[in-house]
Design a protein. Structure first.
Length: 132
């Protein structure tokens, strides 16, 4: 089981993997469009069309990946998610809802830009050093 922590402001470092059974009854789910719907921490609804990976999981699950982006990680807190599977309107199915938690960043001051009137010193990576 791969477990990772997603942090506020993270972008394109991690991927979220979604596993879907290959079949549901007599339906081949690889023929369905899969859309992730999620409600972020500011109650804004987002839609991400997921692409089917060529790989499978244990030869019985389809794999879809979504790169972690700043829409998802803009704020710390809970994100409510649900998948919609649709094959051009003939059949539509919905997954159960799940919640993921975006943890607060540990590097708050990385995003703070200092004005030029202060007495700070910047290292080679652009981080400010202050002498106390």
């Amino acid at each position: 089981k791969n477990v990772t922590t997603l942090y506020q402001g993270e972008q394109l470092v991690d991927k979220i993997r979604f596993l879907i059974p290959m079949r549901y009854g007599d339906l081949d789910l690889s023929q369905f469009n899969v859309t992730l719907k999620y409600i972020d921490q500011a109650n804004i609804v987002h839609f991400e069309k997921l692409k089917l990976s060529e790989e499978t999981y244990n030869n019985c699950m389809l794999c879809y990946y979504m790169p972690v982006n700043t829409n998802l990680t803009k704020f710390a807190g809970n994100v409510l998610m649900q998948l919609t599977l649709d094959n051009d309107g003939r059949n539509t199915m919905y997954s159960s809802e799940t919640t993921i938690t975006i943890s607060p960043t540990k590097y708050y001051f990385k995003y703070v830009i200092s004005d030029s009137s202060d007495n700070g010193h910047y290292d080679e990576e652009g981080f400010e050093s202050v002498v106390f």
